[in-house]
Write a protein that binds this ligand. Structure first.
Ligand SMILES: [Zn+2]
Length: 105
């Protein structure tokens, strides 16, 4: 005894206005906090990247947040580059070469 009721679940939770064609997509501040790392490292799909940039245009708080994160990330990268002297770097490259040769044979 099972009754199918077509149309009743035509709109699943999660398939809301965001996924509908022609609807305005947007992200909110909470989304931005979650994706900011991917945004800064350019590891998100271009469509979502564009949504983040749109949000930054209208939201000063997130603009400041992303600016702060960008500066922090840049500082960390600069520190990491300085903390790795040339000798240590070539040691790592040698080690990688040896590893790569070992895998090839
Ligand atoms: Zn925001």
């Amino acid at each position: 005894m099972s009754r199918v009721t077509p149309g009743r679940h035509g709109r699943l939770p999660g398939m809301d206005a965001r996924t509908g064609p022609g609807d305005v997509e947007e992200i909110v501040c909470r989304d931005l906090v979650e994706v900011v790392t991917g945004y800064l490292e350019r590891e998100m799909d271009p469509h979502r990247h564009a949504l983040v940039e749109e949000h930054l245009v209208i939201c000063e708080g997130c603009r400041e947040y992303v600016g702060h994160m960008r500066r922090t990330a840049g500082t960390l990268q600069a520190l990491a580059a300085e903390a790795l002297p040339d000798q240590r770097r070539s040691e790592l490259l040698d080690a990688f070469d040896a590893w790569a040769k070992g895998r090839r044979s």
